[in-house]
Design a protein around this ligand. Structure first.
Ligand SMILES: Cc1cc2nc3c(=O)[nH]c(=O)nc-3n(C[C@H](O)[C@H](O)[C@H](O)COP(=O)(O)OP(=O)(O)OC[C@H]3O[C@@H](n4cnc5c(N)ncnc54)[C@H](O)[C@@H]3O)c2cc1C
Length: 406
């Protein structure tokens, strides 16, 4: 049976994260957006808090926190790590979406190392996060100027030269790409082979030929760094090929890239829920203050209807995310449910944020108003980690192959 009930301990930790988001994150949010940067001192503070709220992206055996304070086990002794990650992600995004994406740690680079890495590679690349005196990041480099949704089109090449791999190409829109200690880079031995030709490498900062291009100027999530990365005859030892050569006998390189999304898409959905909740609360307060209490005019009933719509859609999105997280905790394949959660949550949150600006009227457009920022921030949630259209492809493929019984 689906069990979505947070444990008392999880609720307690969730409340702690909420207090932090309200009293530490929100106060820096607007300035960080203007500066396109979150202060390093603040990020170091976040690094020290990873133990409480982390998704367990650094496994305990490699010096990590193993799932955060709230990742307790359920009555049957099963991990609730994915479910807890969703709770903490929603609370932090309620404070600010960019801050959450800038949380020091392996980020999206963590799952491919977890799924494909050898024990030596996991030790090597995860152990740097034990050091909390400095900011450490991992990143995930899949997207290219000519390959976003169509992952099989990646053109970054890798070729073997003796015992060395040589990489050439260009990656774009890589979250935390410029500050990352290492980036998981997907490349191809031969584009004709499609997905079977793909390999994943870990490229470390400072490797000759590996450089940062431009830092992307974005409409939203402006305090989160998104970078272009250039690979110009980058030479890597065999040990940097994730999982070793045998791992790529089939479509493993591509599958490793895709598996990342099964665990990350529900989290992206939860982030969208957090931002939607923030915008909905601002709308509710504005309606209460300006209409319900000040001008209880019947024609403003439409605004109350908007609030009702927002509340039910936020609830529905959260439940979809929690279901996908529960399936991941249970080890049940969840690609379809992860896509459903992400696609629904992103669209829902775009509507709730747009409604917030609409209801606040001109006040909603002021740069000092959070809703203006949330309106800009939310759009990307329908684009990264697979666009709205790509989620529908994932869902429709699966429902046609294995029709669900409702
Ligand atoms: C803030 C931000 C952070 C990001 N972080 C990362 C990161 O860390 N690592 C990384 O690798 N990438 C990252 N990305 C890139 C992101 O994953 C891509 O932008 C996304 O996959 C879409 O690719 P694209 O932008 O090239 O759009 P395209 O793939 O070119 O799509 C353009 C449009 O065509 C539609 N489309 C494409 N194919 C189809 C189809 N088959 N059927 C119907 N419609 C289709 C799309 O839905 C979209 O509307 C990030 C992007 C942003 C904006």
């Amino acid at each position: 049976m689906v069990d979505l009930q947070p444990t008392p301990k999880q609720q307690q930790v969730r409340e702690l994260i909420h207090q932090f988001a309200a009293h530490a994150v929100r106060p820096i949010s607007l300035q960080a957006d203007r500066d396109h940067k979150i202060p390093d001192e603040f990020l170091l503070r976040l690094a020290a808090m990873r133990g409480a709220m982390s998704s367990g992206e650094v496994p305990a055996e490699y010096g990590g926190e193993g799932g955060g304070l709230g990742a307790s086990k359920d009555a049957r002794g099963r991990s609730q790590q994915n479910r807890f990650t969703l709770l903490s992600a929603e609370e932090m995004a309620w404070g600010d979406g960019s801050v959450l994406l800038s949380l020091p740690g392996p980020g999206l680079g963590g799952p491919p190392i977890q799924f494909m890495g050898t024990p030596e590679q996991k030790k090597r690349f995860f152990s740097i996060f034990q050091d909390q005196e400095k900011l450490h990041y991992g990143a995930y480099g899949l997207t290219e100027p000519g390959a976003g949704s169509d992952v099989s089109a990646i053109a970054t090449t890798c070729r073997k030269d003796g015992k060395t791999w040589v990489l050439n190409g260009r990656k774009c829109f890589i979250t935390n790409g410029a500050k990352a200690d290492w980036v998981v880079i997907f490349a191809t031995v031969d584009r004709v082979l499609g997905r079977a030709g793909q390999r994943a490498f870990v490229v470390e900062k400072g490797t000759p030929g590996f450089s940062v291009g431009k830092i992307e100027e974005k409409m939203g999530l402006r305090a989160s760094e998104t970078a272009e990365l250039v690979l110009d005859d980058v030479r890597l030892p065999e040990e940097n090929l994730l999982g070793g050569e045998a791992h790529y006998a089939g479509k493993e390189g591509f599958m490793g890239a895709m598996k990342t999304f099964d665990s990350s898409r529900p989290v992206v959905g939860a982030l969208a829920v957090g931002i939607a909740r923030a915008a909905w609360e601002a709308t509710r307060d504005f309606v209460r203050e300006n209409y319900v209490l000040a001008r209880p005019i019947p024609r403003y009933a439409q605004l109350a209807t908007l609030l009702a719509d927002g509340a039910r859609m936020i609830d529905a999105a959260r439940l979809l995310c929690w279901r996908a997280g529960w399936m991941a905790d249970e080890g049940i394949p969840n690609a379809k449910e992860a896509s459903m959660a992400k696609a629904y949550a992103a669209k829902m949150a775009m509507k709730v944020c747009a409604d917030a600006v609409q209801v606040l009227g001109a006040h909603g457009l002021e740069r000092s108003a959070f809703v203006e920022k949330w309106y800009r921030d939310i759009k990307v949630f329908d684009i990264f980690e697979g666009t709205a259209q790509i989620q529908r492809i994932v869902i429709s493929k699966r429902i046609l192959k294995d029709p669900p019984s409702f």
